[in-house]
Structures are given as structure tokens and as C-alpha cells.
Design a protein around this ligand. Structure first.
Ligand code: SF4
Ligand code: SF4
Length: 451
């Protein structure tokens, strides 16, 4: 009797919180299912409370199953090797000229184009097709909007113009600092200006691009690899904007968060230089380093199937920047795995929903001499150019792209316990939110602040 009342109360609270939480997130399917479950669940436990002797046997069996389920849910057990122990000892450097952004840009610089495709003839014909597609902000793009297209263009112009702020003169006098206090202040400063997380890492060669590739003026030059410490900066995106992808909402959200990430990284770099140490910010279109492996190895999250960084709270729904400096700062404490990469092995929701087929359903491919998730960037970028938006469907459907509410905190904890929990959580995510996303055909009425 007492056990039945307790379970009735706990389950009623759970389904009510889930229903309200889903409703406020505008996840109406999930809110409806939670509402119906709440009623059926109450009916079941009230029946048990008034049970005849025959029902009492069933009641005891159900209670025992629930107890067993609760105990198993709490056990932390992932058999096999820790996936975070990825062998990166032979990792090769990546050339920024091989990124799709760089390869798209070379079409406007015939001499660079000739140089690039003589080095990489295998990319010539597929890139030619991408070059022929409309550029971001062109009217032919599906999600072009005459009033808001100039918004992201203004944001990227701002990023371009603020590039000189990423580096600068250091103060003449070098001040001795307590490295622990200094790194704590840097972390607080980043969060004060809008970051959700900051990590510290000693740099290795594979964190640097080998050559620059984004701008004509220094295309093909070697990157500056003289810095020893990286500060990783994570900026969360709004889940409601990202879930509107591939409409222009996603493009605007990305642009705004790149501006935020640039602002924070430029300020942190400027702050360090005041103490007489070299510091250089790396933000959109202005990188010497790869932000994703730095964020992963700083212990801030893991690498997802879609080849991008998955933050331990916000999942893939973030943007990154980095500051490199020549002052040695203590590394962030080693990460406790959230087993997101284990979850990626069974989930594949991003791969199922990617309209361009860029995300693999297979195991981690071998690339740059180590196994890690990466996507077919040509297919992805080509789709972006058709849509006129950086798509983001994969980010929007990811079960980790959820607001940081109580219910999602509980689910993240649950997922991180064992493989059985992960399978149940995936089933529930598909059931509550749907497995396949319907792709929007037009922009919402309000792009910047959708209802
Ligand atoms: S959608 Fe699933 S497979 Fe893809 S990154 Fe997210 S958790 Fe991993
Ligand atoms: S951004 Fe869109 S096209 Fe690119 S990988 Fe994600 S879902 Fe696929």
C-alpha cells in the first residue's frame, strides 16, 4: 500500500514535470504523450491501491520489476575500452586549404585555384559543381530573405573587420602571476562575457592547421605554432533557433554566436597581453588551430558522430573559439566521460536525418591517421549553398540538443550510467520527439525572434 502511494506520487510528479517542460519548449508531441501517460499511470496505480487478491500478485510483480529497473539504472558500467582514450599519437596536421570554406574561396583567385587543384586534382570536379552554386546571400538560395540576409552579412563583415583585435602588442613589462589564480580569472572573464564553459590544454602539433587557407593575403603560409597553451571557449546556441534549421534561423543564430565567440576570445587575448604574455584569439575565419580537438581534449565534451564537438551539457548546440598563449597554465582536470560517443554508436539520428547523406552510419572512419568521426564536407557544404543556410538539422535532431532543464539533466545523468539506459533513453527520445524531422520548406514569419 505504502509503496504504491510512493510510486504514484513519484510518477505523477515526473510526468507532470515532463509535460510542463515539453510544453514550454514547444515540444507538443512530447507534452501530449506525457499528459496521456500521466493519466494512464494514475489509473493503473489507483487500481492497484484498490486491488483484489488476484491483482495483488500482479502488483507485487510490477513493484519488483520497477525496483530491479531502478537498481540497474543506477549502475555505472560500460564494458571495453574508454572511448576517450583515442590513439592520437600518429595524428597528422590538417591543412586549412582543404576545408570547404577555403576551397569555395579559391574560385575568386585563379592563381590560388590553379595551385590548389594541381596539388589536389581529385577535388577539382566535385568543387567545380559547388562553385557553380549560389553564394550565401544570393536570391536563388531557398531560404533567402531580403530583409534578414543582410543581417548575417553585416555580422560576418563585423567579424572580418574585427580580425586585427585577435592579436596585438603585449605589455612591455612581464608580470609574474600565480597560474592557478590567473587561469581562474580567465575562466571567470570568459563566463562573465557569455561563455558557458572554458577549458585549458597544452598544445600538441595536431591541434594546429599546417597551412593557412582562408584568405588570399596569407594563403599557403605556415601557421604560427609557437604557442604552448590553448584556452577553449564554448558559447551555447539557442535550441529553439537551431531546431528551426535548415531555415535562415540557423544561419542567423550561427552568425550571432560566432560574433559572441569572437568578442569573448578577443577580450581574453587582450587581457593576457596586458600581463606581458603573447596571446592570440582564433575565431570565425581566423584560425591557426582546430577548435574541436582542443575543446574535446580540454575535457569540455566529446566528439559526436556528426564530426563536431558535443558539450557535456549543451551537446552539439554550441559554437567554439580558442585563445593561444605562451604562458603555461594548468590544464583542466581530466574529463569524466559522459559516454556520449558510446551513445553515438547506437543513436545515428543525425545520420538518418541528414538530407545530403554526409554523416556516416558506420564506425569511426580513419582520417589524418587516427580514427574519429568526420563527415563528407563536400556534400554538406553543397547543401548549405543550395539552402542559403548552415542547415543544422543534425544538431537540431540530436538527443543532446535540449535546454538545460531539470528533466534533461536527469536524462543526461541516466544516459551516462550504462548501455541499457542508453538504449532505453534513445527509444524514449524517438517516441517523445520523433525519429525523423520534417524539413521546413519556408522561413518562419519572424526569423530573428521566432515565436
Ligand atoms: S544525433 Fe545521435 S549519433 Fe548524432 S551526434 Fe547526436 S547523439 Fe550522436
Ligand atoms: S549540416 Fe545539414 S547537411 Fe550538413 S551534416 Fe548536418 S544535417 Fe547534414
Amino acid at each position: 500500500m505504502f509503496a504504491n502511494i510512493c510510486i504514484l506520487i513519484i510518477t505523477l510528479v515526473f510526468f507532470t514535470v515532463l509535460c510542463i517542460s515539453s510544453f514550454t519548449e514547444r515540444e507538443y508531441r512530447s507534452a501530449f504523450i506525457a499528459f496521456i501517460s500521466c493519466i494512464l499511470n494514475a489509473f493503473l496505480w489507483i487500481c492497484f491501491l484498490q486491488a483484489s487478491s488476484s491483482l495483488q500478485t500482479i502488483n507485487i510483480v510490477v513493484l519488483l520489476i520497477l525496483c530491479l529497473f531502478a537498481i540497474i539504472s543506477m549502475i555505472k558500467f560500460f564494458p571495453g575500452k574508454n572511448i576517450l582514450e583515442r590513439d592520437i599519437s600518429k595524428a597528422e596536421q590538417y591543412d586549412e586549404r582543404d576545408t570547404m570554406f577555403a576551397r569555395n574561396n579559391v574560385q575568386y583567385h585563379p592563381d590560388l585555384m590553379e595551385q590548389y587543384y594541381s596539388m589536389h586534382p581529385e577535388n577539382r570536379s566535385k568543387d567545380r559543381q559547388i562553385h557553380q552554386k549560389p553564394e550565401f546571400g544570393d536570391k536563388e538560395q531557398i531560404f533567402y530573405d531580403p530583409y534578414t540576409a543582410p543581417c548575417f552579412e553585416a555580422a560576418f563583415e563585423y567579424l572580418q573587420e574585427s580580425m586585427p583585435l585577435s592579436d596585438g602588442k603585449t605589455a612591455k613589462q612581464k608580470i609574474n602571476v600565480d597560474s592557478v589564480k590567473f587561469s581562474q580569472t580567465i575562466s571567470d572573464l570568459g563566463k562573465f562575457y557569455g561563455a558557458c564553459d572554458i577549458g585549458f590544454l597544452q598544445l600538441s602539433p595536431h591541434h594546429f592547421y599546417s597551412h593557412k587557407g582562408r584568405h588570399e593575403k596569407d594563403w599557403g603560409e605556415k601557421t604560427d605554432q609557437t604557442y604552448q597553451t590553448a584556452i577553449s571557449i564554448v558559447v551555447p546556441m539557442r535550441t529553439n533557433m537551431v531546431k528551426m534549421g535548415p531555415t535562415s534561423c540557423m544561419l542567423q543564430e550561427s552568425a550571432q554566436k560566432y560574433v559572441e565567440a569572437a568578442k569573448i576570445s578577443n577580450i581574453i587575448a587582450g587581457y593576457i597581453r596586458q600581463f606581458g604574455y603573447r596571446a592570440r584569439a582564433h575565431n570565425d575565419g581566423n584560425y591557426d588551430v582546430l577548435c574541436v580537438p582542443i575543446a574535446v581534449e580540454s575535457g569540455l565534451g566529446e566528439l559526436g558522430r556528426m564530426g563536431i564537438f558535443m558539450h557535456k551539457i549543451h551537446g552539439p548546440c554550441v559554437r567554439l573559439a580558442v585563445v593561444t598563449t605562451d604562458i603555461k597554465l594548468p590544464e583542466s582536470s581530466p574529463q569524466k566521460s559522459c559516454y556520449m560517443e558510446e551513445f553515438c554508436k547506437i543513436c545515428k539520428k543525425c545520420a538518418d536525418n541528414c538530407p545530403s547523406g554526409s554523416i556516416t552510419h558506420d564506425d569511426e572512419p580513419l582520417s589524418r591517421n587516427f580514427r574519429h568521426w568526420s563527415i563528407e564536407q563536400e556534400k554538406c557544404y553543397s547543401y548549405w549553398k543550395t539552402m542559403g543556410s548552415d542547415c543544422g538539422i543534425c544538431i537540431g535532431v540530436c538527443p543532446y540538443t535540449k535546454p538545460d532543464t531539470l528533466i534533461h539533466k536527469i536524462v543526461r545523468f541516466y544516459i551516462s550510467r550504462n548501455p541499457l539506459n542508453q538504449r532505453i533513453a534513445l527509444f524514449m527520445d524517438d517516441f517523445l520527439y520523433g525519429r525523423h524531422k520534417k524539413i521546413a520548406k519556408t522561413n518562419p514569419e519572424k526569423i530573428l525572434l521566432p515565436k
